[in-house]
Write a protein that binds this ligand. Sequence first.
Ligand code: MG
Length: 349
Amino acid sequence: MLEDKEPERTSLEKLGEFGLIDHLTRTFSPKQPSTLRAVGDDAAVVKFGDRALLVSTDQLVEGIHFDLSYMPLKHLGYKSVVVNLSDICAMNGVPTQITVSIAVSNRFPLEALEELYTGIKLACDIYQVDLVGGDTTSSDRGLYLSVTAIGHAAEEEVTYRSGARPNDLLVVSGDLGGAFMGLKVLQREKEVFKVNPNNQPDLEPYSYIIERQLKPEARKDIVSLLKELGVRPTSMIDISDGLSSEILHLCDKSKVGCNVYEEKIPLDPTVISACEEFVLDSTMIALSGGEDYELLFTIDQDDYPKIKGNPNLTVVGHMTEADRGAHLITRNEESIPLKAQGWNSFGQG
Ligand SMILES: [Mg+2]
């Protein structure tokens, strides 16, 4: 028999980010009783006395996750910290330390890296976290940035993706779609600038959505707010990839279904007007546009009076039995299956 010289290769794009993580880590099972949760949530959970230590890492790659032509280095530094702190918040924890590792080409002078670290320091100051380590190395081209966030929570307060039950209410903080529309504006201005470098864009009408893209915040305040209100979320995740993808994660891990109501999805007026300008459907943008870093969580129906009317929180739906599936109920009362069409770094690269 002839030898197969070209064994089959599986493209990473086909697997997708989450498929790849599952595939690579499926043979790892915890050996330590202190490993309460390994891969598969917003952060790993490690038992430490009667507390739970939370650990989360994110990597940002130039050309894939950011474009330095419209992302100032200071903002990049800030954002790289915030997205990790957001994962700690999504476990109902308090972030306390970070480590930062960079790989950088000689294209970057010291001053550029100082800019980056100015942003990192600003995030450390605002969120009261300490930079406690990291690694610096060279790359043949581009900038790579990896941040690890450490935080903690009482063990019984850690909120996993897996705790939602049928009839729980689905709640989102803040508003959605802004970060994606901010990116659309920045990309458009970059193209305009290429054609006419003298053109000075008026970005003032877009300041909110551009800020959502360039300077997102981790909703540490929401974690505190829920504690003040006496609400213990049953499951939680942060919205990095778009609402529909995150809802499906909660449904998958909690083994429940969900109805989410189009008319309830919180949108800022500037997102709606930017969507009109770009001829995009604002519901689609909220469902699929990523990087808002709001918190998505479920609560027991009995807790509804505690959050009712709070301007930071919106009930967008409720969980159902798993066999009902996950659906968007449109303004016309049509029921459409939710699909994960969020950010996929392999698809975009
Ligand atoms: Mg997350």
